[in-house]
Write a protein that binds this ligand. Sequence first.
Ligand code: PLP
Length: 410
Amino acid sequence: MKGFTTKAIHGGLAGGDPYGTLRMPVYDNVAFAHESARAIQLTFEGKKPAHAYSRISNPTVQDLELKIKLLSGSLGVLGVASGMAAISNTILALAEAGTNIVTTRHLFGNSLSLFEKTFGPWGLEVRHVDMDDAASIEGAIDANTRALFLESITNPQLEVADCAMVSAITQRHKIPLIMDNTMMTPYLFNSKKAGVDIEVLSSTKYISGGATSLGGMIIDNGSFDWRNSPRLKESAKKIGPMAFLASLRQEVFRNVGACMSPHNAYLQSLGLESMALRIDKSCDNSMKLAGYLQNHPQVTRVGYPGLADSKFHGIAKKQFKNRFGGLLTFELASPEACFRFIDAMTLIKRATNVNDNKTLIIHPFSTIFAEYSAADKEAMGVPPTMIRLSVGIEDHDDLIDDLDRGFSAL
Ligand code: PLP
C-alpha cells in the first residue's frame, strides 16, 4: 500500500475480527477475560500484547492507532480523549517540577494556558521564544529543558516555523521536539521526515470527519533516543525505543485516565477514510476565500500562508504539499465591525471549532483568548480586529455570498 487514502481505508486491524467484518466494530466494553492467571500477569507486565481494561487499551481504539501509525510511518501511536489530553499526557511523561519547556506565545490559547496556568503551579517553567530566531531558541535551552513544543501552523496566528532549523537545534541539545500537527495532519505534513520526535494531534478536527467526536493522538516518530531523557533513561536502557510510549501506556496515560472512547475511535476511523479528500477541498476553498478577502477594500489584512505575500509562504510551500490548511484570518477596521460582520452570516456558523466540514467563524480576541489581558493578547498575536475562519468543504460560491453579506452589514 502506497497511497494515503488506501492506507487510511485498509490499514488498522483489518482481518483481526472473528466475524471478518469489513469495519472494526465498537468494542464498547470495559474488561477482557484471560485464559490463565499467568496470561493476565504477563499482560499487566506489558510482556503479552492483550487487552485488559479499556482505560488502558481497547480493540476499536487500537484499530485507529494502527491506522495512524501506518499513515505517519511512526514507531507507535496512543489514542487519547482529546487534543488537550495528547498535549498534557506528553508533557507529564517528560517533565517534572524544576524543569522547563521551550515554546512560543504564538500557540493555541488552551495549550498556553495548560503550560502556564495548570503546570506552572506544579513547578514547570515555560520559556517563550521566537520560533523564527535560532539564537532566541538556543538561548532558552539549558540542562533543565525537557522539550521544545511548537505547532505546524499556529492557531490563530498562522505562522510556520522552519522545522529543519528548529530540529537541528533540538538534536544538538538532545531534547525532544514536540509538534502539534493538528492543522496539517500527517496527510499534509510528515513530521517524522521533518525531524519532529513526538507529534500530537487533536483528532477532533480533520480526522473526526465533520466534528463528530473528540479525540487526540500521541505519535512517537521513533527518532529520539530516550536514554537522553532524565525521566525515561532507566526504562530506555531496559526496553529501548518504546520507553516513551510504554511510560504513557503503563503509567501516565493509565493513571490520568483521559482515554479515547471506543465509539469516538469508530467515528474517527470512518472519518480518516475520507480525510484526504476533505482536506484537499478545504484547502482549495481557503485559497479562493483568501484571494477574495485580499482584494476586498474593507479588509485591512489577510493571514493565510498560501498567499504569495505571506511572510510564511516560502517555508509553508517547502514543508507542506503545496497546500496551506483550512484556517485563515482577516482584519477589519474595528472590533465592532468584526461583531457586525460575524452577526450577518447566515450559512457560516458562529462556532469555536476548526476543520469541520462546515465553515465556522469566530472573533478569537473575545472568545478563545478571553482569559488573557489585552496586553497578553497582543503579545500572543491576537488583535481585537481579527476574525478567524475555519474553512469547510461547502461550494465556495455559497461561502463568498455569505462573506458578501458580512461586508454589506458594515
Ligand atoms: N491543538 C490545536 C492546534 C487546536 O486548535 C486545538 C483545539 O482547537 C487543540 C489542540 C485541542 O484539541 P481538543 O479540543 O481535541 O482538545
